[in-house]
Write a protein that binds this ligand. Sequence first.
Ligand code: ADP
Ligand code: ZN
Length: 390
Amino acid sequence: MTLTLDSLNHPTSSSPTQLDLVLNGKKVPLHIGQNILFSDSFGTIIQNLSKNIIIVTDRHLNQIYGKKVKYFLEKSFNLTVQIIEILPGEEQKTRKTKEFIEDEMFKRGMGRDTLLIAFGGGVVLDLASFTASTYLRGIKLILIPTSLLAMVDASIGGKGGVNTPFGKNLIGSFYHPEYVFIDPSFLDTLPKKEFLNGLAEIIKYALITSKDLFDELYEKKSKLDLNELICRSLLIKKEIVEKDERDNGIRSILNFGHTIGHSLELLEDFELSHGEAISLGMIFASFLSLKKKFLEMEDFLKIFSLFKMYNYPLLLSQKVSWKRIGHTLSLDKKAENKNPRFILIEKIGKIAPTPDNKVLHRVEVDELKSSLIWFCNRFVSKKESYARHY
Ligand code: ADP
Ligand code: ZN
């Protein structure tokens, strides 16, 4: 079944769904469905791409799923499957780890006909995509996201990359996989904190494009249909990325909440997860939208209460202050002459355009300062030591 908004609203079966992305003239099919990884169609697709398979994953996922996936492909499809394991965690997303993967591949004699399967969360997907794009000038790639965040974010868009001491994702490439397989049954083993991490991006999609999706998240907390939420998010991201593949224009609306979010991650030495950081970032961007009289108070309060409802910790350490945020903001990639620019909303589900019909808003220094002071008074912990609760 091909995925459309209509098929989402009127589901006819629980069979796997396919969504085709067209990027740079290349079609990238996304297959979505429970247990699709252990289906014949998955094995046959892999078999047709290559006989030499390397799976890149992290230790955590290798322990849970490594043997099962390898066994399935080797026994059912007569393939040779090797696994390269990296340590879990954002701090592994470095040039050094990329080098480690490359060296392991050379040692194992992997040639240009190798198919690299990236199996894991965003860290594995970003690292492995970047590695596939440069290994012997490019080898075939398949993405299998296992975290909610990677399913709704890293699996679409073709951005691979690594972090450097100078900032996140500063070195990388655009590189498209042959296929993406999204199997929500992997989420059964995902820790709650990681679940909220991904949900924050889904909330972002709702805030920038879909009141319906927001209402669903607001009203159906205890009976969310994850398959459907993932499909809706993918459709939204697909539409935006296809319009602006190389991230020069409209795609920047995906940065809603991320301007402050990235500053917070940096100031908290990455002890704050991406989801925690952007949940606070989205509250800040909504507050700015309110101050600039785009957003009504009622919508602002509803947005705030959604994050509280899902138990986002919404708490920062004393490492964060309005002055420090201000300083890191001036270094943001989207800043213009060191003045940060923000994506704002005019209501839930709708971006506020600038007077010249663009999407990045400049904010006056005084307005930014007073908003940052409100934000820090509200969210920076009054105590020196505390724990974030989930
Ligand atoms: P992201 O949040 O960008 O996906 P990571 O790649 O660091 O970031 O993944 C977050 C953590 O979740 C890692 O420790 C990873 O091993 C773990 N993880 C990812 N998917 C699953 C899963 N399906 N089950 C259990 N743990 C998972
Ligand atoms: Zn994000």
